[in-house]
Design a protein around this ligand. Structure first.
Ligand code: ZN
Length: 491
C-alpha cells in the first residue's frame, strides 16, 4: 500500500483521494489542480492562489530556477516556500519539457533531484524523456528504456521525505504505456505523471490521449496517484478524472490570459468576441467585456487570469461533487457535447468500460440515460456480466410489458433498455432504477438485445420468449434465433 495516497470515494475511473505531502506537512484533496508558477513572472501571486482560490498545491520549474542565477541563489538561501510565498505544497518539474522543446538540457537526474531537494521542493521530478506521439515504435521503446533507467537512478538518490514522481511515457503505444506504468509502479517512487500528452491535447486528439492514459492506468496500481501532465483546460478535466487522473496542472490560465483568451468549461473564447460574460466569478460580475478590453495590458492579463482560475477551480469542485453523487459520467457526457473531438474522447473512454467497471461503485444515486453513449457505460457492462451468473427456470418470459403471463411461463422478467432482462426482484436496485427517456434509441435497444443474448448463451437449455415493443429487425437480429419473439405493440 502506497503510504502517501488514499482513495476515499470512486465513480467510474474517477476518485476522490488524499495525497499526503510530508515535507510540506499538508494533505491535498484530489482531484487537485496545480497552478503553474513561472518563477520569473507571476500572473497571480502564489499567496493569492492559496487565500483567494484555495490552491493547496502548485507546480514550478526547478530547471528555470536552476538556470536563473539570482532566483537560484535566493531559492537555495531561503527555500522555495519563502521565494514564492506559498503556504501549501510545491511540486517541481525537472526540465523535461524544455528537453522536449529544445532538444537538450544540461543537468543530470541526480543533480536536478538533489537541487530540488536543496531548494525545499515537496514533490520532485527526475529528468525523463518525453517521447512525442507517433514516433517509430523503436524510438519509443529506446527512450522508454532511458526513462526507466533514470527512475531507477532516482530511487537511489537520498531525498529525505520529499516525494518523487515517476513519469510514465510510451508515446502513442498503449502497450508501452502499460509497460511503463507497471515499471513505474514497481519503483518506490510516489506520484505518477502520464507524460508527453500535451501534443495530443494541442491537436485535439482526446481519443488518443484516453488510450494513452488507459494504458498507463492498466500498468499502475489502483493506489497510485496519477498526474495528467500539462492538462490545464477545464473543458477536459471531467474526462481526465473519469479515466482515473488525480492531479492536473494549469499553465493555461496564465498563458491564455496573456493572449486575451477567456476559458469556459465548453471551450476558449476570445475576449474581443464576447458581448456578455457567461460566468459569475468576482471578475465577471464586476466588469463588462468592454471594461475588461479597456484595461491596460497588465491589468487585463491579471483579471483574465483570475477569471480563468475561478472557472478552473470551480470545475474541479463540480467534478468532486459529481463523484460523491455518482454522476461523473453524466458530467463527462455534458462536457463531451462541447466539441466533436471531446465526444471522440468520451466514446474512447467507453471503449475502456471494462477497465472503469473495476472501480465503479455497485450502487449509486440514479443512472440517468442522457445520450446514446450511456448504453456503453460500465453499469451496463456489469449488468450483462451478471446475467451470465443468474439462474433461470425452464421456461422464461422476458418482457417490456406489464403482463407477466405466469400461466404460460415458469417466470417472467422485465426487460429495460439499455440493460436488457432482469428478475423483478432486482428492479429496485442500482442501476435498474435508471431514468431513461420514453423515446428510446437504437443504442439502448441494441444493448438490451445484447443482454438477452448473454442470458440465452449462459442458459442454452431454457425456453426463452422475448416480449418487445416494436424492436426493429436489425436489433432483433442480435437476439439468438432460439428465442421466440412477441411484438407486444402488434398484439
Ligand atoms: Zn468569470
Amino acid at each position: 500500500m502506497r503510504e502517501c495516497f488514499e482513495v476515499r470515494d470512486t465513480d467510474a475511473g474517477g476518485r476522490i483521494g488524499e495525497l499526503t505531502v510530508p515535507r510540506a506537512d499538508v494533505t491535498v484533496e484530489t482531484p487537485a489542480l496545480l497552478p503553474v508558477i513561472n518563477p520569473n513572472l507571476d500572473t497571480i501571486a502564489p499567496r493569492r492562489l492559496a487565500t483567494e482560490f484555495g490552491a493547496e498545491i502548485l507546480i514550478t520549474n526547478s530547471y528555470i530556477i536552476h538556470g536563473t542565477e539570482d532566483v537560484r541563489e535566493e531559492a537555495l538561501e531561503d527555500g522555495l516556500h519563502d521565494l514564492l510565498d506559498f503556504p501549501g505544497a510545491i511540486m517541481t518539474d525537472s526540465g523535461s519539457f524544455q528537453l522536449s522543446e529544445y532538444g537538450e538540457i544540461d543537468v543530470t537526474t541526480e543533480e536536478i533531484l538533489e537541487f530540488q531537494h536543496e531548494i525545499g521542493s515537496d514533490i520532485a521530478t527526475p529528468v525523463d524523456i518525453p517521447t512525442p506521439p507517433d514516433v517509430p515504435r523503436e524510438r519509443a521503446e529506446d527512450e522508454l528504456e532511458t526513462t526507466q533507467e533514470r527512475l531507477e537512478l532516482a530511487e537511489t538518490v537520498d531525498t529525505g521525505d520529499m516525494l518523487v514522481s515517476a513519469p510514465v511515457q510510451g508515446s502513442t503505444y498503449p502497450d508501452l504505456r502499460e509497460r511503463a506504468g507497471r515499471h513505474a509502479d514497481a519503483t518506490n517512487l510516489d506520484v505518477f505523471p502520464v507524460g508527453a500528452v500535451v501534443p495530443l491535447m494541442n491537436d485535439y486528439r482526446y481519443d488518443d490521449m484516453v488510450d494513452a492514459v488507459a494504458g498507463a492506468k492498466r500498468g499502475l496500481g489502483a493506489d497510485a496517484p496519477v498526474h495528467l501532465f500539462g492538462a490545464g483546460h477545464p473543458m477536459m478535466f471531467a474526462l481526465g478524472v473519469a479515466m482515473g487522473c488525480d492531479l492536473f496542472d494549469s499553465a493555461a490560465y496564465a498563458l491564455y490570459a496573456r493572449d486575451d483568451r477567456y476559458l469556459t468549461v465548453r471551450g476558449t473564447r476570445h475576449l474581443e468576441d464576447l458581448e456578455y460574460l457567461p460566468c459569475s466569478c468576482p471578475i465577471c460580475t464586476e466588469h463588462s467585456p468592454e471594461e475588461l478590453r479597456a484595461l491596460d495590458d497588465d491589468a487585463r492579463e491579471t483579471e483574465l487570469g483570475a477569471h480563468n482560475l475561478h472557472v478552473t477551480f470551480e470545475e474541479i469542485r463540480r467534478i468532486k461533487q459529481a463523484i460523491r453523487a455518482g454522476n461523473l459520467l453524466e458530467l463527462v457526457e455534458q462536457r463531451a457535447r462541447a466539441h466533436p473531438t471531446m465526444l471522440d474522447g468520451y466514446r474512447t473512454l467507453l471503449d475502456h468500460a471494462d477497465q472503469l467497471e473495476q472501480s465503479d461503485p455497485v450502487s449509486k444515486g440514479a443512472f440517468f440515460y442522457t445520450s446514446h453513449e450511456s448504453a456503453r457505460r460500465p453499469e451496463v457492462v456489469r449488468h450483462h456480466r451478471r446475467l451470465e451468473r443468474l439462474s433461470v427456470p425452464d421456461s422464461l418470459f422476458l418482457t417490456e410489458g406489464n403482463s407477466a403471463r405466469t400461466d404460460e411461463f415458469d417466470d417472467s422478467w422485465r426487460v429495460q433498455p439499455p440493460f436488457g432482462p432482469f428478475p423483478r426482484a432486482l428492479s429496485k436496485s442500482y442501476p435498474l432504477t435508471a431514468e431513461v427517456p420514453d423515446r428510446t434509441d437504437r443504442a439502448a435497444l441494441e444493448a438490451a438485445a445484447e443482454g438477452v443474448s448473454r442470458l440465452v448463451e449462459a442458459n442454452p437449455d431454457a425456453a426463452i420468449t422475448l416480449g418487445h415493443r416494436g424492436w426493429p429487425a436489425g436489433v432483433l437480429e442480435r437476439v439468438p434465433e432460439a428465442v421466440e419473439r412477441v411484438d407486444l405493440d402488434a398484439e
